[in-house]
Design a protein around this ligand. Structure first.
Ligand code: SIN
Length: 551
């Protein structure tokens, strides 16, 4: 945090750096569905800048396959969607936030259609897909399994055409700017190493998740928990950092990221089989392959441990080949490139980190615990996912809470202090050289392998302690970061990994995506509560606590 008049040391040194300046009412960080929604909405009234570390087609949103869950069918209702979300969430959802999500979701989808998004339809009616733990088909999709890219392209066009939003791609936000406890902008690093101080009356963090904390992930390379880490440095309260959702069926291979093999395939009838060909979900859960995602992952883990193999098999061979190619063009061609024919062959799949439930604590209006700082989408913890996210609720979350953040900004900016004109940068004494690039590359591998091996699908006290020590040793071995993206990402990954480990060690129960082999039962007496983390501003230490028990 680059702070005005505070004692915390600068995260980086700016001494001698050439600074540029910009000024906005609203600065949005992140170009996925939540960031695009917030930026396009806020631009109706305010001067808006959007900074994204890559390009708009490199976000996690762009890769999303399954679709957007919403009660759009006459047989469905927000109440049914609410019940499914609460049941999947394993007792830890925030009921009010879920109600907001399911009630406002359908209107947001209709808006997306008005913006030009062409959802898949037959005879003029939406074709609805089914996914795990949904009591009925309610997943709206586009381009078959290309929902994310279709939706993101439509929203990107809104913000780029007409130039209502000042867009900065390939710009990495290094840290938030603070003034007397209020967030007043961000410092960013451009492609040529140039630094920009963006002063802003409000900042919206919509930086996506942190799947790259693990060695195997469906998330793009840029999902390095930057929003989580910078919010934490700025003093924001973080919630439920132990909850990383693993997707049951990522293509089994060494690529980073790995190809998602969408749950919608199981929704259309694909099976999961073990090495002997047995459908191991039959008899394991009444919904078989469409059990809640955490349940499917646990059973896959059981099979992998039993059979000492690295993957199970997804079987779609019994489904119509033409249908598969039309409904799942992304998966079909992605598998073809990797040497597999979805229509004719078994596909090797294994769990991979997919969605970070933990995040910056917000209310249902995107407000964090830091004045002037907002968060939405995967960066935020609104409480809608509880301890296990219902499939296809995340694009919906970005739409609903991105839009609500705009409504709150309209209220806040109407009364907040006028434009921020200056901020004092607290410079470190020496220009920093940072770390050797090889050390940085190796550090990233260490974080990923440590987290996958010791804090993955199944955790226990001893492993978590080993993970804590390994991460601490890594941190101690690193010099303060220099001004380059790879290094800054490593520090963000490390921060998020440390938070995951400390929160996972503290939660002595198994709930949703958090499975402890040493505490295999769910404990509603002691643990039906959120975990909370913040930075002690005096000591710079991580403070871990819990929220009030849920009624
Ligand atoms: C999928 O397509 O399987 C992913 C959907 C989601 O994560 O919500």
């Amino acid at each position: 945090m680059i702070d005005h008049g505070q004692s915390a040391a600068s995260f980086i040194s700016l001494r001698g750096a050439d600074l540029r300046y910009s000024s906005y009412d609203v600065l949005v960080v992140g170009g996925g569905i939540a960031g695009l929604t917030a930026a396009s909405g806020a631009a109706h009234r305010w001067n808006v800048g959007l900074i994204t570390k890559g390009t708009l087609d490199q976000t996690t949103t762009f890769l999303a396959q399954g679709g957007i869950a919403a009660a759009m069918s006459p047989h469905d209702s927000p109440e049914l969607h609410l019940n499914d979300t609460l049941e999947a969430g394993a007792g830890l959802c925030d009921d009010e936030a879920v109600r907001v999500l399911v009630e406002e979701g359908p209107a947001r989808l209709l808006e997306l259609e008005r913006l030009g998004t062409r959802f898949d339809k037959r005879d003029g009616k939406l074709i609805l897909g089914k996914e795990g733990a949904h009591s009925m088909a309610r997943v709206v999709h586009a381009g078959g399994d290309a929902t994310g890219s279709v939706v993101a392209s439509a929203l990107a066009e809104v913000i780029t055409v007409g130039g209502r939003v000042e867009l900065h791609e390939n710009e990495f936000v290094v840290d938030l700017l603070m003034d007397a406890g209020r967030c007043v902008g961000a410092l960013s690093l451009g492609e040529q190493g140039e630094l920009t101080v963006s002063l802003a009356r409000s900042v919206v963090l919509a930086c996506g998740g942190a799947g790259q904390v693990f060695a195997h992930t469906t998330n793009p390379l840029m999902a390095t928990g930057d929003g989580h880490a910078m919010a934490y440095r700025a003093g924001a309260v973080m919630r439920d950092m132990e909850f990383m959702q693993f997707h049951p069926t990522a293509f089994y291979g060494a690529e980073n990221p790995t190809l998602l093999v969408t749950e919608a395939l199981r929704g259309e009838g694909a099976y999961l089989r073990d090495d002997s060909g047995e459908r191991f979900m039959v008899g394991s859960h009444p919904r078989e392959e469409l059990a809640p995602r955490d349940v499917v992952v646990r059973h896959i883990r059981r099979i992998l441990d039993r059979d000492k193999t690295g993957h199970v098999w997804l079987d779609a061979r019994h489904l119509d080949a033409q249908f598969l190619q039309e409904r799942f063009p992304t998966v079909y061609s992605g598998l073809k490139k990797r040497g597999y024919d979805l229509c004719e062959e078994l596909i090797p799949v294994a769990p991979a980190s997919h969605y970070f439930i933990g995040g910056v604590l917000t209310d249902t209006w995107g407000r964090t615990s830091v004045p002037g700082l907002y968060a939405c989408g995967e960066t935020a913890s609104t409480g809608i996912h509880g301890a296990n996210r219902l499939a296809s609720n995340s694009l919906l979350e970005g739409l609903v809470f991105g839009e609500r953040t705009v409504r709150e900004l309209n209220r806040y900016l109407a009364v907040a202090d006028p434009a921020v004109r200056k901020v004092k940068l607290d410079l470190a004494d020496e220009p920093r050289e940072g770390n050797d690039p090889t050390v940085v590359t190796e550090g990233r591998v260490t974080v990923g392998e440590t987290m996958s091996d010791l804090c993955g699908v199944v955790r226990n006290r001893d492993d978590l302690e080993k993970a804590r020590q390994t991460l601490d040793v890594l941190q101690a071995s690193l010099a303060a970061p220099g001004l380059n993206v790879a290094e800054l990402e490593l520090f963000n990954l490390l921060t998020v990994a440390q938070h995951m480990v400390v929160a996972a060690a503290r939660r002595e129960e198994s709930r949703g995506v958090h499975l402890r082999s040493d505490f295999p039962e769910r404990d509603d007496v002691d643990w039906r509560r959120h975990s909370l983390i913040h930075r002690d501003p005096m000591t710079d230490e991580v403070v871990v606590g819990t929220g009030a028990p849920k009624g």
